[in-house]
Structure formats: structure tokens, C-alpha cells
Design a protein around this ligand. Structure first.
Ligand code: NI
Length: 167
């Protein structure tokens, strides 16, 4: 297993669109395992393959306190949603930024797991927010896209400044 570099906003690669996974083989499983390791290392609750520059529809999530409830969604699809809720979101690709974003309150998601088995899951709370946030990544979308252009511009400037300093 290895820790993968995470792309940071405004890297244009974050706008790539992920393709469906055709077969969950050992190569895919290795990507999933690397993604979990990368997410845990960065103290994140979710990570989408696009963020580590892998253009496949793969998401890993763990919203548990003990970090022992791995959820892997391959080719995820939201099949129903209900209600609306606003909560503060952050992103490993936009470090240090937290903004309130509106999402569906409850969702039902259909996906394939790491073993290649199709499953359906009902989610609410942080898990529902996280799934919606990560599916956005697979479509080249970031949570800052929901903010006003002015706010997004400010965040972009701040990120570029930090990235310049880190070089
Ligand atoms: Ni994110």
C-alpha cells in the first residue's frame, strides 16, 4: 500500500470526469486500499479517485469515530433523495476551508463494493453529506462551486498563495 498525492484546488485535474469501473480486479482493489490509506493519513472522512488523479468512479469513506468502518463505493449512483440540510463541509483538496453547503438530507445510493458486489445503502447525516460531496468529485465538481464567485475567488487566491509557499 502507498500514500498517494492529493490534488489541490484550483488544479485543473480536479475537473476531470471519472469513468465507470468495468471489473473490480486486483488492480482496482489496490487503488481502493491506497485511497483508504491516503484518506486516513490525511485525517479525512472521504476521498474520491479524481482527487488522487485516478479517473475512475471510486470513492472511499469512513465517518466512524474509531476509523474502523470502511465504505467503498464503486460506480456510485444516487437513486433517491429526500429533504434538504445545510452543514459545514471541508475537502482534502481545499485544505483549511470550511463552508456551509446545502445537500439532500437523506439519500439512497447504489454502488459496487470492493468485493465486486452490488449494494444499496440508505444514508443521512454526515454520511449522506459525504457521499454527495464525493460523487460530485467524480463529476469534476468541488464544494466551492456552490459558493458565490467572489468567495470562490478568495479561496482560490488563498490556495495559490499557500501552494506557492509550500514549493
Ligand atoms: Ni472533497
Amino acid at each position: 500500500m502507498s500514500i498517494l498525492p492529493v490534488l489541490e484546488f484550483p488544479d485543473p485535474q480536479l475537473r476531470n470526469i471519472a469513468k465507470p469501473v468495468l471489473h473490480v480486479d486486483s488492480k482496482i482493489k489496490a487503488i481502493v486500499d491506497d485511497m483508504f490509506e491516503t484518506m486516513y493519513e490525511a485525517h479525512g472522512v472521504g476521498l474520491a479517485a479524481i482527487q488522487v488523479n485516478v479517473k475512475l468512479q471510486i470513492i472511499v469513506i469512513d465517518v466512524s469515530e474509531e476509523k474502523n468502518e470502511r465504505l467503498c463505493f464503486i460506480n456510485p449512483e444516487i437513486v433517491s433523495e429526500f429533504g434538504q440540510e445545510e452543514s459545514d463541509e471541508g475537502c482534502l483538496s481545499v485544505p483549511g476551508v470550511f463552508e456551509p453547503i446545502q445537500r439532500a438530507e437523506k439519500i439512497t445510493v447504489k454502488a459496487t463494493n470492493r468485493e465486486g458486489i452490488l449494494f444499496e445503502l440508505e444514508a443521512d447525516g454526515l454520511l449522506a453529506v459525504c457521499i454527495q460531496h464525493e460523487i460530485d468529485h467524480l463529476n469534476g465538481k468541488l464544494f466551492v462551486d456552490y459558493l458565490s464567485p467572489l468567495k470562490r475567488q478568495r479561496i482560490k487566491k488563498k490556495m495559490l498563495k499557500l501552494q506557492k509557499r509550500d514549493k
